[in-house]
Design a protein around this ligand. Structure first.
Ligand SMILES: Nc1ncnc2c1ncn2[C@@H]1O[C@H](COP(=O)(O)OP(=O)(O)O)[C@@H](O)[C@H]1O
Ligand SMILES: [Mg+2]
Length: 393
């Protein structure tokens, strides 16, 4: 592929970076996209696994079809098979009607099986059968149905280790792993850090009409050498939050140091010091990771909302408590210039989320599963949010 083609794919698909590792990934994406070959994507959380899967889909002739993300780690084990393969009426307690599974929803498109390592062994057996026969059998059903779905799987685990430990089926592993894409951690491609910072910073500032003051070289150096346990997702969140906190000023080393997680600033990631880290530190890192995931979910939601939906109007949000109203007024005063000509104000992430979830449920007539698909969040998360916001569904 020529350099120009590369550049185009990069831009169209949202890949930033100039590391050889990224070039190699893009080359693989390009090679496999037009086929139906199974692809297993390996990499730590936040490295861009989903972006790779989306890119494969977008470059394939299935691009007009659905791209369905299924996070095996987020689906309770008890309903995993019915979620994936659907169920017939009365097949288990609570199965009131028949329901399509994600595989059927993805017909003509691509299904992205994220965190495949979290899939229970029995489901793995059924999945293998689906891969082999290219047909699914709904839970409680008797007739199988052939499917035309491309399957891409991803994991942040060492699946081979799981195979050896008996947690993952060997036959399924080899089947899924026809092509392997290893997405390196950000620590392994530090050269991409400045580009990514600049990209996310300018994008965020443009979207939010903030003047971009830039980072000092010293600040960038610290960020290059930081460990980024949450990888690109963490970097993106970090850049956006520091810009908000520093209100468009030039960001120097002091501000950066003050806002990086303490445990990781202490950790020099160029040395293999992980072994010496205390349980407390590991636990903290784990929590950070979890937080990054949640923050990202919200950030993506926010992105989607700001890009595609009109701003919510406070009058449409009767459920706001006093603190939220204050927040809204506060944000309105601070960012009022964005929506000067209307009564609309700049919302907080929570408000947008609240609104978006409400709309999704309204649109789907209260069908939580459809709403979750629409919102690209797990049903479990949706239930939690419904409760959290006290929505009447
Ligand atoms: N090379 C890249 N350039 C720009 N953004 C990226 C890149 N890789 C990942 N991202 C962004 O980082 C975030 C995390 O990526 P994602 O694909 O969800 O990671 P994973 O699935 O590995 O956890 C997303 O917002 C994604 O768009
Ligand atoms: Mg992911």
């Amino acid at each position: 592929m020529s350099n120009n083609q590369f550049l185009k794919i990069r831009q169209n698909l949202g890949f930033i970076g100039s590391s050889p590792a990224l070039d190699q990934i893009l080359r693989t994406i390009e090679q496999v996209a037009s086929t139906n070959i199974l692809v297993l994507i390996n990499g730590e959380s936040g490295t861009g696994k989903e972006l790779v899967a989306k890119a494969i889909h977008a470059l394939s002739d299935r691009k007009e079809g659905p791209f369905v993300v299924v996070n095996a780690g987020a689906i309770p084990e008890g309903i995993m098979e019915s979620e994936l393969f659907g169920h017939e009426k009365g097949s288990f307690t609570g199965a009131i009607g028949q329901r399509k599974g994600y595989f059927e929803i993805a017909e003509g498109g691509t299904i992205f099986l994220d965190e495949i390592g979290e899939m229970p062994l029995e489901t793995q057996v059924r999945l293998l059968r689906v891969l082999e026969n290219r047909e699914i059998l709904r839970v409680g059903g008797s007739a199988s149905k052939s499917i035309n779905v491309r399957i891409i799987a991803a994991t942040n685990r060492d699946l081979l280790e799981d195979v050896h430990a008996g947690r993952f089926r060997e036959d399924l592993y080899y089947r899924l792993n026809a092509v392997n894409v290893k997405v390196p951690s950000l620590r392994e491609r530090k050269e991409d850090v400045p580009l990514l910072i600049h990209h996310f910073a300018t994008e965020f500032c443009n979207q939010n009409r903030i003047e971009y003051g830039g980072f000092t070289d010293e600040a960038i150096d610290i960020l290059i050498n930081y460990g980024w346990p949450g990888n690109i997702r963490e970097l993106k969140n970090f850049v956006e939050s520091i810009i908000v906190m520093e209100k468009g000023m030039t960001i120097g080393s002091a501000a950066v140091r003050a806002r990086l997680p303490v445990s990781d600033v202490r950790m020099n990631t160029q040395l293999p010091v992980h072994i010496n880290r205390s349980n407390e530190e590991l636990e903290r890192e784990f929590l950070y990771r979890a937080l990054f995931e949640i923050k990202n979910e919200i950030a993506q939601l926010r992105e989607a909302v700001l890009g595609k939906y009109i701003m919510p109007n406070r009058r449409l949000m009767p459920g706001l408590n006093n603190i939220e109203k204050d927040q809204m007024d506060f944000v309105a005063n601070d960012f009022g210039r964005i929506e000067e000509e209307t009564e609309d104000v700049f919302p907080t992430v929570n408000q947008m989320e609240h609104e978006l979830i409400y709309r999704a449920l309204e649109k789907t007539g209260g069908n939580k599963r459809k709403a979750a698909v629409l919102l690209a969040i797990s049903e479990r998360t949706l239930y939690r949010k419904i409760k959290e916001y006290g929505l009447p569904f």
